[in-house]
Design a protein around this ligand. Structure first.
Ligand SMILES: [Zn+2]
Length: 405
């Protein structure tokens, strides 16, 4: 055995267990294993979860606030877009790489072992940024599995369509977009599905990030997913307008989303920042998490923008997203809190299509150790992380110390 973690608390298991790791995989999980291992760690009842999964970030935009040169003074989405368009051309690839390295280190130190990031792919200069991010992905391959979504308005110009195809050929993994933001969302969706079919790649879209209940791109997406036979290969982020529809309309959309096997990513931090700023009373802006879960839809939670013109908040901590999801969706019952934990572990892993994930024998030993004694604290208390393992390898160990007088 390479590692033996003793006296670990894991979800759905009342007694502490020992976790044995060999050849990068979980070899055994049981109380009081009598085994010898090269390295042993007594956890004294601390919580172990499978490696956290971050399903939705924007690594190409992150930490743009750090310099302070391009502040978003109003905090609105419109100014964020203006600031981003002004700054993106001035960012060198070395600045992009430093920001992405910082983001990945922050995520890994928070226990993240798999992540999906959208990256703008609208014009040739975006491909230089993408190439830089792909280089950093290689540097961190031992520590984190990073998927890249080619994000642009497919079907709106030949240059964009060519750039997206080039991005996928370079190494981007999924076809992205934001069809609700273009004049003809259905035409853009058709272009997205055509590109997915041509390249064999799955789809991850920004959908209906608006308070307008008439925005029903999610319904069109569900119908097209079923027509294309792409069930369980499509992810939709935001889906905010679903919360502003009446019950009957929302129920109809949710039923089709469930039939299409679409994974929904709720992004509560960004939604709280950008949705409903002019409305009174101000809505929370998040999608209908409870209703989607009740209908059997795979719902997960992500950070979205982190410390950039779109959102000043965030630290690449999925447990913060899980806590915000619990807050904003009123998911505070015991089973609901466990569901929120799943939204950044098993459910997010399913959205990313990760094979063989979880705390079970034979799965890759991707683990995070929390300084917590009850699995529920993962969501309710955002506890400190003590270590992250990827494929059985200790990537980072974090020591916390309180100096009491
Ligand atoms: Zn996003």
């Amino acid at each position: 055995m390479d590692w033996l973690l003793t006296n670990a608390r894991i979800p759905d298991q009342p007694e502490p267990v020992d976790i044995a790791i060999a050849d990068g995989r979980i070899a055994q999980i049981a109380p009081a294993l009598s085994l010898s291992a090269d390295k042993q760690w007594e956890l004294a009842g601390r919580v172990v979860l499978p490696g956290l999964v971050e399903p939705h970030v924007h690594l190409d935009k992150t930490y743009l606030n750090s310099s302070g040169d391009f502040p978003n003074r109003s905090g609105t989405l419109l100014e964020a877009i203006d600031v981003w368009l002004a700054v993106k051309k001035q960012r060198s690839t070395s600045e992009v790489k430093s920001a992405v390295r910082r983001a990945l280190r922050a995520a890994i130190a928070h226990g993240v072992t798999a992540m999906r990031s959208h990256v703008d792919t609208e014009e040739a200069s975006d491909l230089e940024t993408l190439a830089a991010i792909l280089e950093v992905r290689e540097e961190f391959r031992h520590a984190i599995a990073l998927q890249i979504v080619a994000l642009a308005f497919a079907g709106t110009s030949p240059i964009i369509d060519r750039t997206m195809a080039d991005a996928l050929a370079m190494g981007a993994d999924l076809v992205g977009g934001a069809p609700a933001l273009v004049p003809d969302p259905a035409a853009s969706l058709h272009a997205v599905f055509a590109l997915a079919e041509r390249t064999g790649k799955p789809i991850d879209l920004h959908i209906d990030e608006t308070e307008n209940p008439a925005s029903q791109t999610l319904l069109t997406l569900a119908e097209m997913t079923i027509a294309a036979g792409m069930q369980r290969q499509v992810t939709a982020g935001h889906c905010c307008s679903l919360a502003f529809m009446d019950e009957a309309n929302a129920g109809r959309v949710i039923e089709r989303v469930a039939a299409a096997g679409i994974s929904i990513v709720t992004l509560p931090s960004c939604n709280l920042v950008l949705m409903g700023r002019g409305m009174r009373p101000a809505p929370r802006g998040v999608t209908r998490v409870k209703e989607l879960l009740a209908a059997g839809v795979n719902v997960c939670a992500g950070s979205d923008n982190v410390q950039d013109p779109f959102n000043p908040f965030g630290s690449y901590d999925p447990l913060q997203s899980a806590q915000l999801a619990a807050h904003t969706a009123h998911m505070t019952g015991a089973d609901e809190l466990a569901a929120c934990r799943e939204m950044v572990t098993g459910r997010a892993a399913a959205a990313l299509g990760l094979k063989s994930y979880g705390l079970r024998v034979g799965a890759p030993a991707d683990l995070v150790v929390l300084d917590a004694l009850d699995p529920q604290e993962a969501v309710t208390a955002s506890p400190p992380r003590l270590a992250t393992f990827k494929n059985g390898r200790l990537i980072v160990r974090i020591q916390t110390e309180q100096l009491w007088n």
